[in-house]
Design a protein around this ligand. Sequence first.
Ligand SMILES: Nc1nc2c(ncn2[C@@H]2O[C@H](COP(=O)(O)OP(=O)(O)O)[C@@H](O)[C@H]2O)c(=O)[nH]1
Ligand SMILES: [Mg+2]
Length: 457
Amino acid sequence: MFNWFHRKTKKADSEAVSEPTEQVTTPETETSSQETTQEDYLAWAKTAYKNIQQGQPSTETPPETTQEDVTPDIEPETLEVAEPVTETETEQVPAWMKKSDRLEALKETAMETATVEDTTPLTFDEEFVWSAKVLAAQGRAPDDVSQEEINWLKRLRQGLGKSRLGLVNQLKSIVGQGPLNEDAVMEIEALLLQADTGLEATDYIISTLQNKLLEEALPPEQALEYLKSILREILDRPLQKVVNPGFAPEKDVLNIWLLTGVNGAGKTTTIGKLSHLAQQSGYNCIIAAADTFRAAAVQQVQVWGERTNTPVIANPGKNTDPAAVVFDGISAAQARQADLLLVDTAGRLQNKKNLMAELAKIRRIIDKKAEKAQVESLLVLDATLGQNGLRQAQVFSEAANLSGVVLTKLDGSAKGGVALAVAKQLDLPIRFIGVGEGIEDLRPFSSYEFVEALLNE
Ligand SMILES: Nc1nc2c(ncn2[C@@H]2O[C@H](COP(=O)(O)OP(=O)(O)O)[C@@H](O)[C@H]2O)c(=O)[nH]1
Ligand SMILES: [Mg+2]
């Protein structure tokens, strides 16, 4: 079971790529230079691949360096494939849930969709090597890499494909020309703005880059590395003022995460994915369906609950008070000693006053009924809305005391730069990112991995 909330990643050095680990040190690198070469990464990737394939950690296997080994002639039988949820579902559904006929009916549909489980086969391809490189650069050892991480990095990179294509090559050619002249500045500015990076972040990036290039002329590769470090710095800065930089549920206390955001942003989907992530990482999770405004919304949450084996607390009555559902959710969480209560909220944005009143009421209930709980408010933001999404975000940040942002729908959007705008304009850390509709398509945010996925060819 892979724990996504406690990944062993050390922050990669802002400018230099970290050195290869012992297992992959080949005689050539020992004698030649400190620099990590492409071959080192390839050897690292091969070792990681073999280790994952064998399904057990091993440092004994010497990395092969012959090209033949790269060919993806792998037997799929040896792969570790995630077990389908449906097999055990019947026993694990709590008794109170079985009583409802409607839920039984919903389960039927949920079963059909439950095959969305991550069963991506393991293949040694270009994407595997890229993913391995990203992990290696973060100081990871090849015997300590999971297939899940590789799969996620692949999805992240694919998801950011559209944003990346517009940026990289052009940036590289511009950035590599030494001190930026006015034309170059304007070109980079346009590229960043096209990716919805926003004026503030774009200005900051350009002036920082310009200062550096005035100091010293950097070759294209290094200039690009420097640019990446600027982006990481922007993304990480909001974390300086927060107590929970890793954003994992705290142990031995009830964690309550409120998911807010406009309709269609991806709140319910995110709740489903988060419950899966939490269960997988060993947290006992419950969902409160407090978007009581639309009946369909509650059903949608219930389907996700079935899919991820997470109890859903809902009140199917008409005009149910969301705060009352949260109250019931807390009771259930306390009775079951759950670690995490995920609260789906309504996304009506007809006026800020109503929104504030509703969220404030939920907070009051929480404070009263679960005063020791660790409460976090996450704003779910649709990346495809770009700068327009930021304006909505402003309203929510005034209505709710936000702990961070979940950026959804980065896949298929060319507006990946909006992540930088979120950090710079809203001063909020990005906590999770969604790159698809599938159950595995959401993970904790890593600025290093995001920037690599955004700016690597
Ligand atoms: N492509 C893509 N679609 C997403 C993502 N997250 C959510 N969606 C889709 O966005 C739509 C609205 O999501 P939903 O969770 O119902 O939004 P809510 O109204 O905020 O609860 C659904 O069709 C989701 O499948 C994502 O990361 N990528
Ligand atoms: Mg919803």
